[in-house]
Write a new protein. Sequence first.
Length: 233
Amino acid sequence: MAKMGKKFKETLTKVDREKRYELNEALELCKSLSFTRFSESVDIAVNLGVNPRHADQIVRGSVGLPHGTGKDVRVVVFAKGEKEKEARDAGADFAGADDLADKITGGWLEFDKAVATPDMMGVVGKLGRVLGPRGLMPNPKLGTVTFDVAKAVKDLKSGMIEYRTDKSGIIHAPVGKVEFEVDKLRENVLAVMDALIKAKPSTAKGVYVRGVTLSTTMGPGVRLDVNTLLQTK
């Protein structure tokens, strides 16, 4: 079992493990618990009442955060001709076709998201073993396989995030940085929750949102009052 650092132990004493916090209170607490010298992310973990072993209960999608993640997202686009130019004009960090595929095959992976036009998926598919395990494979369900590459690039750059249930049925997602104002973090959290509610599988039975926890990169989890959260607008 990993040993707890002194500073982590100190922050842990400030969190009531039995309490379920209201959203604003939880965000204020999370911000106050940050003790690192770097800019920590604020993350949300949502325990959903689904069984990811069944394909029709996997909750997956993307959502635009109103105030972004606070992170500079590097985007590459697989496209050619006018679409390649469109991607570059929209702010893509790198755009290309076979040349981009060769660059990645050679070991270059200095990007966070990948977009592809549908006609380039034959080229992209050959990179599945490299991109797939890293979560970088373009996917039409996430809006990253599209001819509207300008919109895809701008969405990703401005704070579009992807989410997917893990093996335990939990969604993990960033909702901003500790230096964000509480109101901005609040709106980002509510955007994620709204997306998850809309993505509820029709086959999911019983309680759908079982638990929600907020935490900073290095800090302890702060549990939210789910009933109050779901009524928050």
